[in-house]
Design a protein around this ligand. Structure first.
Ligand SMILES: O=C(O)CCC(=O)C(=O)O
Ligand SMILES: [Fe+2]
Length: 96
């Protein structure tokens, strides 16, 4: 379970080592979210941002844990906490 607010720090990371082949299931449990509040999950490719997923209430994102990503922080006008639930599964075969 992740919890962050405006002013916190988050870093781009991978959820597993390259070649480890884990899968992450990310869930946004907030009851409501305004797009002006930011908080997108950014996915990187070759070190550059490639996809931004809005933290829409009830949304699930399933991705290969080898992908570099970042849960961005809420903007200053957001008075709510940004929650996510991340379930990280190791699988035998690699996910590519
Ligand atoms: O909160 C997010 O958008 C990402 C969370 C995450 O990357 C993690 O828990 O490993
Ligand atoms: Fe992560």
């Amino acid at each position: 379970m992740n919890l962050c607010h405006y002013g916190d720090m988050e870093y781009p990371h991978r959820d597993c080592e390259l070649g480890e082949g884990a899968v992450t299931v990310l869930y946004y449990p907030m009851m409501s979210w305004n797009k002006e509040w930011g908080g997108e999950t950014i996915f990187y490719e070759y070190g550059e941002s490639k996809y931004a997923i809005s933290p829409k209430p009830g949304r699930f994102v399933i991705f290969c844990g080898e992908l570099e990503h970042l849960g961005t922080l809420p903007t200053r006008i957001c008075s709510q906490s940004r929650y996510t639930v991340a379930l990280k599964f190791k699988i035998k075969s690699q996910c590519k």
